[in-house]
Design a protein around this ligand. Structure first.
Ligand SMILES: Cc1cc2nc3c(=O)[nH]c(=O)nc-3n(C[C@H](O)[C@H](O)[C@H](O)COP(=O)(O)O)c2cc1C
Length: 360
């Protein structure tokens, strides 16, 4: 769908115009597929492909796939690598490896090697310059003016930066960002914090999505996209009232038919037995909101060392997924996860649009 929808203002970010103010969040690690990105675009929203953890070659295959499925605009999200944090001088990562050895053995695997990963942002931008994403976003920091200018000059598309405070938003805009994705404490998955403060249990400020939209709209002059805990059209409408141009939903799309969410993860969202979410570093070494399961409860003291811990736990998470054992999987989910439904993405988009227009 490319026409405007009655009663809904199209979402405008620089030169990009999208009929509906509904964005499907980039969800790395499997849930976001080209089919999901394309389906959301075809329904009048904006799908967003995650490039985190991927090689540039794998990213090229995925953007090609999206473009073969749909001519609608789509976004691409890049993780910033941060800086190599050096040796494990305090031994915290090694201690965590030892803590996990018994659990890994239960699945017949060993914990992975702790290591830093370079997200190869420059090479991924080379790939994207050969394609036609409509917007590029960055998560886990400030991409800086040089990278933002490169996207503007070589791709000719707007740049969005994920922020978790008004201070981060002001810095992102000073670097040239054309939009900010404000991620509230309710959000599922990794917090977009620029600095995951080890002295803070949840890594940093606990500002709600609505409060953050208010604060950021009042602090910067660029379009603000709201993210975190949103699963219905009425909430999207209320955030637009507060000044957001649109809302980015992740968890709500996890059980769509087109999503690549693993079967035990889907079952946990739709059928239980979990009752709560928690911000945890147990899986990756970076604060992220997951359903509270056995793994988050047993490893609440995991070190703040990302992506080293991500690599350490990966064999356990993969084996648990293959075994259908949700208790040892990172079940990223926002606080509104109980509203998640299964079915085609087009049906979810239709429901969100109906709820949005009902309030207009
Ligand atoms: C499974 C999952 C994976 C995610 N992966 C990414 C990612 O690759 N890049 C990113 O910027 N945000 C990622 N996020 C966070 C989302 O962009 C978004 O902030 C969040 O889903 C919003 O909260 P909600 O899940 O309550 O809708 C992920 C979230 C989930 C649930």
């Amino acid at each position: 769908m490319s026409e405007p929808v009655d009663g809904v203002d199209p979402m405008q970010i620089g030169s990009l115009q999208v009929p509906l103010p509904i964005l499907c969040a980039p969800m790395a690690g499997g849930p976001s597929t080209p089919a999901l990105v394309a389906a959301v675009g075809e329904a009048g929203g904006l799908g967003w492909l995650p490039a985190g953890y991927l090689t540039p070659e794998a990213l090229e295959d995925l953007v090609t796939d999206v473009e073969e499925r749909s001519a609608r605009p789509y976004g691409v999200n890049l993780f910033l690598s941060g800086t190599e944090s050096g040796d494990d001088t305090d031994g915290a990562v090694q201690a965590y490896v030892e803590e996990l050895a018994g659990e890994a053995a239960r699945y017949g695997v060993a914990p992975g090697e702790p290591r830093f990963t370079d997200e190869r942002v420059a090479e991924k931008l080379d790939v994207l310059a050969r394609h036609r994403p409509a917007i590029i976003s960055f998560t886990f920091g400030d991409p800086g003016a040089a990278v933002v200018s490169r996207v503007h000059n070589e791709l000719g598309v707007p740049v969005a930066v994920t922020v978790t405070s008004a201070t981060e938003a002001v810095t992102a805009v000073a670097s040239g960002a054309d939009a900010v994705v404000v991620q509230g404490i309710e959000a599922g998955g990794h917090r977009g914090l620029w600095f995951d403060d080890p002295s803070e249990p949840e890594g940093g400020p606990r500002t709600s999505t609505a409060d953050l939209v208010r604060a950021v709209v009042g602090s910067v002059g660029v379009p603000v996209i709201a993210a975190g805990g949103i699963t219905d059209g009425a909430t999207i409408g209320s955030l637009v009232e507060l000044g957001a141009v649109g809302a980015q939903l992740g968890t709500a799309f996890l059980c769509c038919d087109e999503a690549g969410t693993a079967a035990p993860y889907r079952r946990a969202l739709l059928e239980g037995p979990y009752v709560d979410t928690v911000v945890t570093r147990a899986f990756s070494g970076r604060s992220a909101r997951s359903l509270r399961n056995g793994f988050t409860e047993r490893h609440s003291g995991a070190p703040a060392r990302y992506p080293h811990v991500h690599h350490v736990t990966k064999p356990i998470r993969s084996a648990a997924t293959a075994a259908g054992e949700a208790d040892d999987i990172n079940l990223w989910a926002g606080t509104s996860w109980r509203s998640v439904t299964a079915g085609p993405a087009a049906d979810l988009m239709a429901r969100l649009t109906a709820e949005l227009t009902a309030g207009s």
